[in-house]
Design a binder for this molecule. Structure first.
Ligand code: ZN
Length: 202
């Protein structure tokens, strides 16, 4: 991949002249042709990836009920502007300022949730939190872990919400819909480096 210099200071370390952009055109089944854009800083090692579908925006919400083992292997394209939710467990990960896109699978997404739950649980122990809160976190962790069993004991939904329409769960059972205006108001869009607008990669 060719690196192209980008005339912006690094958003993290502020050093100038060290930010580069790489673009790479790829094809993923269900998602289609898209451009993978990676911006990186040679000074501090920061990098951020995103995926821009060739055929324009996808519907903003994509969800899949994880009810059988093959669902756990479904590929996931998550852009830097994507919020990931598991409504049954009231879990949500919003894109922060350091959010980066990734291609993974449902299992990878669930592993990220479990890592966060483990971190929060540790903090609860350290803070001497209410035992009921700790128990609730442990139950969540168990539910997520059980998704890897065959057959799936307790199906739950993984939902991607992306105001930029660049995220998708790539499986025939996944359903997609537009986001309502009221939903869009509540969704963060994540980091906004100027290089990620569509016109820059064409
Ligand atoms: Zn930097």
């Amino acid at each position: 991949m060719d690196e192209v210099p980008v005339e912006i200071p690094c958003p993290i370390c502020k050093v100038e002249g060290q930010v580069r952009m790489m673009t790479h055109i790829d094809e993923i089944p269900y998602f289609g042709e898209h451009t993978q854009v990676t911006v990186l800083c040679h000074a501090c090692g920061w990098r951020q990836s995103d995926f821009i579908p060739a055929e324009g925006k996808k519907p903003g919400s994509c969800q899949l009920l994880i009810s059988k083992p093959e669902h756990i292997r479904a590929r996931v394209v998550r852009s830097s502007s994507c919020t990931v939710r598991i409504p049954e467990l009231d879990l949500e990960v919003k894109p922060g300022t350091a959010s980066t896109g990734y291609v993974s699978n449902v299992e990878g997404v669930i592993d990220r949730f479990m890592e966060i739950i483990v971190m929060v649980t540790r903090q609860c122990y350290a803070d001497d939190s209410d035992i009921e809160d700790i128990k609730r976190l442990q139950d969540m962790h168990t539910t997520l872990l059980e998704l890897k069993e065959d057959p799936t004991p307790r199906p739950i939904t993984v939902e991607l919400l992306d105001p930029n329409g660049r995220s998708q769960i790539l499986h025939g059972d996944a359903t997609m819909r537009e986001l309502a205006a009221v939903e869009l108001e509540d969704l963060p869009v994540g980091p906004e480096p100027p290089v990620f607008s569509q016109s820059d990669v064409e």
